[in-house]
Write a protein that binds this ligand. Structure first.
Ligand code: GDD
Length: 328
């Protein structure tokens, strides 16, 4: 039986990946942070049989202990401080977790695996946010990185470190440069879920206004359930490499509003939406769109859920959730 260790198990991607690996018969170990993590029960309920180990990306000794316990064949580093605006408020913590955390985990792997690094494969969750002020359109694996946030800078460090450990030590280490990926499990601070949750509440008469930042920003939004497939496929290849994972189609926040409000039968959404400079970022990433040809050709990966289907799925899930919440 294959064993996988996942950091960031409590997040959207951690849960989808754990479900995928469980269906493939893996024994799964998830690293969970903090004394009384409120997501403990959610993870146990979503992935029955998972072993949760108390560990923290900022504490290398806890990582070595977790590796010793799990003896993993595959390590997926999904743990990070992932909300971009937060990274301007807490840049040092973001760097400690999102950048230095990768160093801690890779060094912990070397300490645990000793001379036999071939016993383990490593996946690093890199991000399209690394492209920032984009140098070419669409972005591929060799596009110059130009991050625009402390988060993006931290991800660049993790990305290059992953490549460096592959080149220095021969570790099977792959970096997935994932464009925005969403689902009903997305945190409500991210724009897709913020919109779909508010649209559901507006449709049910529980909320009147939705306040947003930059409506012109464009993103290549895909479905998280599709994207975790690509992570797994990367670690099944003979050769470790880096891959862009994206749908190749970009939409604006306005397009997102069009689809989400349409799903509840509202077409004059302008009266429900306010733009507030409070939500603008010190440096914006205006337009991301990925070229995932390498993932398609090498991994045989392609997305199965369109932007339209994704947003409608999220609105429906939020309607259901809000109806349940209104009963309690
Ligand atoms: N969050 C948020 N809230 N974003 C808003 C809002 C708002 O009220 N209004 C407009 N936006 C715009 C942001 O300015 C940004 O351009 C875009 O919507 C997407 O914002 P997020 O959903 O917060 O995602 P992100 O692109 O910053 O980052 C996500 O994707 C990255 C991959 O490119 C995160 O998941 C990162 O962790 C991930 O690496």
């Amino acid at each position: 039986m294959k064993r996988a260790l996942i950091t960031g198990i409590t997040g959207q991607d951690g849960l989808y990946l754990a479900e995928l690996l469980a269906a493939k018969g893996y024994e799964i170990f998830g690293l969970i942070r903090g004394q009384d993590n409120p997501k403990y029960d959610l993870v146990r309920a979503t992935v029955p049989g998972i072993t949760l180990l108390k560990s923290d990306l900022t504490d290398i000794s806890s990582l070595v202990r977790a590796l010793n316990r799990a003896q993993p064949h595959e390590v997926y580093n999904l743990g990070a401080i992932s909300f971009v605006p937060y990274s301007w408020e807490n840049p040092v913590l973001t760097t400690d977790v999102t950048a230095k955390g990768v160093m801690n985990l890779l060094e912990a792997i070397r300490m645990w695996a000793g001379n036999d690094l071939s016993r383990v494969r490593f996946y690093q969750a890199s991000s399209s946010e690394m492209f920032g002020e984009v140098r070419e359109v669409p972005q591929n694996e060799s596009t110059l990185l130009w991050p625009r946030s402390p988060y993006g800078v931290a991800k660049v460090f993790g990305h290059h470190l992953t490549i460096n450990y592959r080149e220095s030590y021969g570790l099977h280490a792959s970096s997935g440069i994932l464009f925005n990926h969403e689902s009903p499990r997305r945190g409500p601070e991210f724009v897709t879920r913020k919109v779909t949750q508010a649209v559901a509440r507006i449709a049910l008469g529980q909320q009147k206004l939705l306040t947003l930042g930059n409506l012109e920003a464009r993103r290549d939004w895909g479905f998280a359930g599709d994207f975790v497939q690509a992570m797994w496929l990367m670690l099944q290849q003979d050769e470790a490499q880096d891959f862009v994972v994206a749908t190749g189609v970009a939409h604006s926040v306005r397009d997102l509003l069009d689809v989400a409000f349409d799903e509840v039968g509202i077409d004059d959404w302008e009266s429900h939406v306010r733009q507030d400079d409070r939500y603008l970022r010190p440096a914006e990433v205006h337009h991301l769109i990925g070229d995932a040809r390498k993932a398609r050709d090498t991994l045989g990966w392609q997305p199965t859920v369109t932007f339209d289907e994704l947003i409608r799925m999220m609105v429906q899930a939020d309607l259901k959730e809000q109806r349940v919440l209104s009963l309690v």
